[in-house]
Design a binder for this molecule. Sequence first.
Ligand SMILES: Nc1ncnc2c1ncn2[C@@H]1O[C@H](COP(=O)(O)OP(=O)(O)O)[C@@H](O)[C@H]1O
Ligand SMILES: [Mg+2]
Length: 245
Amino acid sequence: MSQLEIGHVYKSFGENNVLNDLSFSVKEGEFVALLGPSGSGKSTLFRIIGGISQPSSGKVMLNGENITGKRGSISYTPQSPSLMPWRTILDNVLLGQEIAGKRDVQRALQMIERAGLGGFEKSYPHELSGGMQQRVSFIRSILSPQSLILLDEPFSALDEFTRLDMQKWLLSIWAEYKRSILFVTHNIEEALFLADRIILLSSRPATVKCEFTISFERPRDEAILLSDEFLQWKKRIHQAMKEET
Ligand SMILES: Nc1ncnc2c1ncn2[C@@H]1O[C@H](COP(=O)(O)OP(=O)(O)O)[C@@H](O)[C@H]1O
Ligand SMILES: [Mg+2]
């Protein structure tokens, strides 16, 4: 059964048509990448799915319930890590749970440790690097009670080495916690390395161009990045991006 169902979503800002009849779905436990060029409307779509903004028309359904324009049903992580500067790392991590009315400090501390951030529980966000702050944002999402997590280009600001580490870390956490993830990126390799399925968006106004099912075995190792099959996939997706719809 599909967990998330996006049905005929349109969005315009005045004359600027940004989303044009977008429909797709995400299944329980699936890792889906939403791949599209910069400025195509990916963050706009995410704000609509997260209930932060209203579509001009169309629907967002979660487990059969209409959640269009409703916040809190999905764990939404915006494009830049939105940590609260006046809260410690531990208190930032616990935020998603607090909103839901429960605090599991033990589990939060375990996750902080697993993320390689042991010893930083009482630090403040400005004392951490960009990559470390990203990890804190993730832990917060993973520990939130919602079963679907939206991540908006979480690694785009990181250098290539840190990014690969973070991708591997995300996959290991996802394998353990089995949440559904909808992950926005403009990076073809990143989408291929992470996702079960790639939904390719056109440039603005964004619509779904096509979908690809990516069947690289899991757990995925970085060695696949150098395989012929990976290169073939990259070519195929490049080609599809260039084609007119
Ligand atoms: N609040 C807003 N008001 C007016 N225009 C907006 C607003 N948010 C986004 N846009 C426009 O929507 C388009 C897509 O932006 P965005 O969703 O951020 O793209 P992406 O995340 O794919 O890079 C841009 O042309 C941007 O100017
Ligand atoms: Mg964006």
